[in-house]
Design a protein. Sequence first.
Length: 431
Amino acid sequence: MAIRRTLRLAAAIAVALLALASLAAADVYFQETFESGWEDRWVKSDWKKDENMAGDWNHTSGKWNGNPEDKGIQTAEDYKFYAISAEFPEFSSKDKTLVLQFSVKHEQKLDCGGGYVKLLSGQVDQKNFSGETPYSIMFGPDICGYSTKKVHVILSRNGTNHLVKKDIPCETDQLTHVYTLIIRPDATYSILIDNKEKQSGSIYRDWKILPPKKIKDPNAKKPEDWDDKEYIPDPEDKKPEGYDDIPKEIPDPDAKEPEDWNEEEDGEWTAPTIPNPEYKGPWTPKKIKNPNFKGKWKAPMIDNPDFKDDPDIYAYSNLRYIGIELWQVKAGSLFDNILICDDPEYAKKFAEETWGKHKDAEKAAFDEDEKKREEEENKDVDSDIDDEEEDDTDADSDGAKKSESDAKSESDVKEDKEQPQEDKEKPHDEL
Ligand SMILES: *[C@@H]1O[C@H](CO)[C@@H](O)[C@H](O)[C@H]1NC(C)=O
Ligand SMILES: *[C@@H]1O[C@H](CO)[C@@H](O)[C@H](O)[C@H]1NC(C)=O
Ligand SMILES: *[C@@H]1O[C@H](CO)[C@@H](O)[C@H](O)[C@H]1NC(C)=O
């Protein structure tokens, strides 16, 4: 017994050491959990300040959370632009895996706004960081109305921003979610949400950074004798004898000459005609599979003469800043646990240790909050009904209040359409 337990303990220790060893191997370029002192590491931009449109950040764990001590930074005010960034020792991702990870919780039930981060290269004036500042990678969720609910992955190359061609849906609830982007030196990538892979593939294929490696041969022609008819009329099928003699219409067998029919006055009685149930239309032979069917003709693929490989398509040579630059109609997006490293395993563990540890408690806190809110709302409805019964003037003033808030939500919608659209189109226009 004792020996077996010791062995088991030894095995457990070995596993733990192995895990630590692999963690120790990771290069961590930047890791931010927003403990005290975060304000010394982050620079708030002056962008939009003179127009009084620059939003501030709250250092908070939010209205619902799994641990009130675990704070991040949250967009604090509605209808504001946000721009904040942090610097880290410059590094190149050449020959390395690049992992960019962060968590975001949209407590405000985000209806239109970004929840993404940007990696910037070279020299950036952080006080002047803005929507115009060139970036290398933009990654994270973006929500606007019903149509936009996706994870952006924009890779910038030689001054051009390239959007991922795949549609990657983002989370839309009001809980914390972890977004992970992995770019490997073999030019493959993975996108994870909450440590689960949602998309993966090749940068060559899923971005239009370089022209395609292979194209359809533009000079190829379908051979004359290529049979691409899948079905043909059955040559064995013969028209049955007498088929064409079947009339389309026949006299109604149920019709009877009316009793008061006068042949002298009305002429000879004939029964009205009805469609003949035996009549099946013009004869066509039945169709059979064509034994000579060769499939649909496709032009053969050839090497694209316009393709010039860039073996460093995945690499960024002087990454140096992480930034958050957003427009928000409704504030409340809480960012936390930002990580830039070269090891997906490390990132996975980091997510488990942070988000993973608190997510259930956060969900419970959220459900509790929702329940309270619903109860409050029901109480309001009840007292509204009481008011109406007791006093007409009260009901009137309630109505006035309501239409006021209606008007506000309408202007919200308008803002949604105008402001962010312009902001949102930006990456597209740069294409
Ligand atoms: C940020 O903090 C201020 C001051 O406590 C508060 O009034 C505001 O509602 C907070 N913002 C959000 C989005 O919770
Ligand atoms: C701030 O950034 C903008 C856009 O990138 C640029 O045009 C402008 O020159 C910068 N201003 C300063 C003072 O660097
Ligand atoms: C970027 O520009 C460099 C230098 O002109 C070139 O070698 C490289 O192939 C370009 N890469 C892409 C992805 O366009």
